[in-house]
Design a protein around this ligand. Structure first.
Ligand SMILES: Nc1ncnc2c1ncn2[C@@H]1O[C@H](COP(=O)(O)OP(=O)(O)OP(=O)(O)O)[C@@H](O)[C@H]1O
Ligand SMILES: CC(C)(CO)[C@@H](O)C(=O)NCCC(=O)O
Ligand SMILES: [K+]
Length: 265
């Protein structure tokens, strides 16, 4: 393995999240769409690291120290079984499973993304820990100071809430997830803003409620937030609930931290 280079891949329900490590050091991260099977099949056949990186980076791949060394091993965390399946063809792949994550009290169907990001956050920043993942689904996952899973909750994320309104009604339009800091008017006077208001204010109130309930039991616990909508959530929280927002630790790489802790702690 060249310079202890390894790749980490988080397969989410919407897209792929990548990280390139040199030993313990996370040196680069990026997101991509799912790759076509044909591309994945090719990846394993690349002889050189340089060709390999060219293929998986959407733009400006890093220049490896030894371009002709073989492609790096891949560590995989996936919540999409059909995707896990097609990555099995890669020549050096290791799929992380729940039994490898050193948290206690895990239930068998817990998502590996939730387990790994909680473990990554807690092992790096300290337990007790609550992780909010603002992704396709929005999840809360918490553990106490003994690394016991306390539990969590799952709800549709921002985009999914808006999309389900559009898809399951006759008259509601497609509405983009807003990417601004300013909150919509709560009592809105047009359809688009009414949909945004409904989704955003109830999501924020829900997050506030869950975080406060967590702090009732674990007053000194850190709370970390990851996922594609993390910035949106945190910006809105800053306007609506600034004292809670101030305590949120924003960290997109919690799963990669989890993988690193599994192998280097
Ligand atoms: N370029 C992008 N492509 C897709 N979603 C994006 C993008 N940028 C921000 N998002 C937001 O990210 C959310 C999806 O989050 P994320 O990418 O973390 O999900 P995921 O990791 O693919 O899914 P899961 O939650 O299953 O892990 C969507 O609600 C969307 O609004
Ligand atoms: C909740 C999601 C979809 C979030 O990505 C994922 O963690 C998952 O599929 N979980 C399985 C169910 C559970 O965690 O209880
Ligand atoms: K996720």
């Amino acid at each position: 393995m060249s310079e202890n280079l390894w790749l980490a891949l988080e397969i989410g329900n919407s897209r792929l999240h990548w990280a390139l490590f040199r030993g313990e050091k996370l040196s680069k991260t990026w997101d991509s769409d799912y790759l076509p099977i044909a591309v994945i099949d090719q990846l394993a056949q690349y002889q050189s690291l340089e060709d390999f990186l060219l293929k998986i980076f959407p733009s400006s791949p890093p220049s490896p120290p030894s371009p002709s060394s073989p492609p790096p091993p891949l560590l995989l965390s996936s919540v999409v079984p059909s995707q896990t399946e097609i990555w099995q063809t890669y020549y050096q792949v290791r799929v992380i499973t729940l039994d490898q994550v050193p948290l206690k009290g895990i239930y068998p169907t817990l998502g590996i993304d939730r387990a790994l990001s909680l473990y990554g956050a807690g092992s790096t920043l300290g337990f007790p820990m609550l992780v909010i993942d603002a992704g396709t689904a929005l999840t809360f996952t918490g553990a106490d100071k003994h690394q016991n899973l306390v539990g969590g909750a799952i709800l549709p994320g921002f985009h999914l809430q808006l999309a389900s309104l559009t898809q399951k009604t006759a008259q509601l339009p497609f509405v983009e997830t807003r990417n601004t800091k300013s909150l919509p008017q709560r009592f809105a006077l047009n359809t688009e803003e009414a949909m945004q208001s409904g989704v955003i204010y109830t999501l924020l109130a829900g997050i506030k409620d869950f975080v406060e309930a967590w702090w009732c039991n674990f007053p000194d616990s850190k709370v970390a937030i990851k996922g594609g909508d993390r910035t949106l959530v945190v910006n809105y929280m800053k306007s609506q609930y600034p004292e809670i927002a101030a305590r949120l630790i924003v960290e997109p790489n919690l799963i990669f931290w989890g993988m690193r802790s599994l192998f280097f702690l």
